[in-house]
Design a protein around this ligand. Structure first.
Ligand SMILES: [Zn+2]
Length: 386
């Protein structure tokens, strides 16, 4: 009899314990359930049963050139049998979703594309862009009317591109000087300002690394572009002949993209533009510099350079006759180091050349240069992100 009571007591305790465990786990797991996934307008959209509170993110570059993008949705659960739909998308190698911990759902996407860090979440939805050069459009319109949404998107696609214009030098750093009146920092600022207006007129979002005559350290310039999640970085400069004797010889519009310099002209130009770098303490080591070089970015920057170069020459030649094509060349400019987007540096001409120097002081010439750069950017983007 006593024995029976004892067993009953244990049984009751066991039941209470079980009840507590259930209650506790109920609390633990009664999170935000994953509902479904959809791909719309180049974005992966993940829907949850209630409001997303927090998403943390990190990425791991892999040896094969792709990147693993990892998103943790906190307070979320993955119901049994649910997963990311069997999506295939041209820029994505794999999608994965799993319950990473009792209170965290982890999404892992393997892709070469550089846009996936521009994810956003709002309400019950997490949106991950799968195509570079765009950023989340899913919130721009009512989600229930997706037809309306896609219509709006196609007509205003360009609004999603961000461009950072870097007017070279500034403040105590004058850049090249010639003939008393030709000062690089002022010439390039004038071109940059015109370019800003032209790009904005085309519908792009534009940022300037400096919007007055102030000194900005070189690493800050690409840091700025990265922080703005820019799609394109354009640094504008003007060149100078190495000596008075060679003033008549050196001329032409040159475009550079970041890559180990090959030609002597490229090395000289880089040395000149890099000079200010050695004044400050912030100095990239060779290793850091090399680790930031990325094959795909080099190729894209080269393509961008070709489009911009062609359009610039087309525009200035239409009114100013022959202007030498100095080519599109690799060089190691510090100002391009660390840019996480296609980046080019334009030497808009030689201020030391008698004719070109005068052209660069001419307002209309600078207008045409700016128009050419803007046209080139537009052309490049229309080809890459169709
Ligand atoms: Zn310069």
């Amino acid at each position: 009899m006593e024995n029976n009571i004892f067993t009953k007591k244990i049984l009751y305790r066991y039941i209470i314990l079980l009840f507590l465990i259930l209650l506790f786990s109920e609390k633990l797991f009664a999170g935000n359930s994953f509902v479904k996934s959809r791909i719309r307008q180049g974005e992966l959209r993940l829907y949850f049963s209630s409001k997303i509170e927090r998403v943390t993110y990190f990425s791991i570059p892999l040896k094969d050139g792709t990147t693993k993008y990892v998103y943790d949705i906190h307070g979320a659960t993955l119901p049994k049998g649910k997963g990311i739909s069997h999506h295939t998308f041209r820029t994505v190698e794999s999608f994965r979703i799993a319950q990473n911990s009792p209170t965290k759902v982890r999404v892992v996407i393997k892709s070469k594309e550089k846009a996936l860090d521009k994810h956003e979440f709002k309400g019950k939805m997490l949106i991950i862009p799968l195509i570079a050069g765009r950023y989340v459009v899913g919130f721009s319109d009512s989600l229930s009317s997706s037809a309306k949404e896609s219509k709006k998107d196609s007509s205003s696609k360009k609004y999603h591109y961000r461009i950072v214009i870097d007017a070279g030098h500034g403040g105590k750093d004058t850049g090249a000087i010639c003939c008393g009146n030709k000062i690089e920092k002022f010439i390039v600022f004038s071109i940059a300002s015109k370019l800003k207006k032209k790009l904005e007129a085309k519908g792009f979002k534009v940022y300037m690394t400096r919007d007055d005559d102030s000194f900005v350290k070189l690493p800050k310039r690409t840091e700025f572009a990265n922080s703005k999640k820019a799609d394109i970085f354009i640094s504008i400069h003007a060149n100078a002949a190495p000596s008075k004797k060679t003033r008549d010889i050196f001329k032409g519009i040159e475009v550079y993209y970041l890559s180990p310099a090959k030609t002597q002209r490229a090395k000289d130009a880089a040395e000149k533009e890099n000079a200010v770098m050695f004044e400050g303490k912030d100095f990239y080591t060779k290793n850091e510099y090399l680790s930031l070089l990325n094959r795909e970015k080099i190729v894209e920057s080269h393509k961008l350079g070709l489009d911009v170069s062609n359009e610039m020459l087309k525009n200035v030649r239409s009114h100013f006759g022959s202007v030498l094509n100095g080519g599109v060349k690799p060089a190691n400019f510090w100002v391009l180091v660390g840019a996480q987007m296609p980046a080019i540096l334009i030497e808009t001409g030689y201020i030391t050349h008698p004719k070109e120097g005068e052209n660069l002081m001419n307002n209309y010439y600078k207008e045409l240069l700016a128009k050419g750069i803007a046209d080139g950017i537009e052309l490049y983007l229309s080809r890459v992100y169709k």
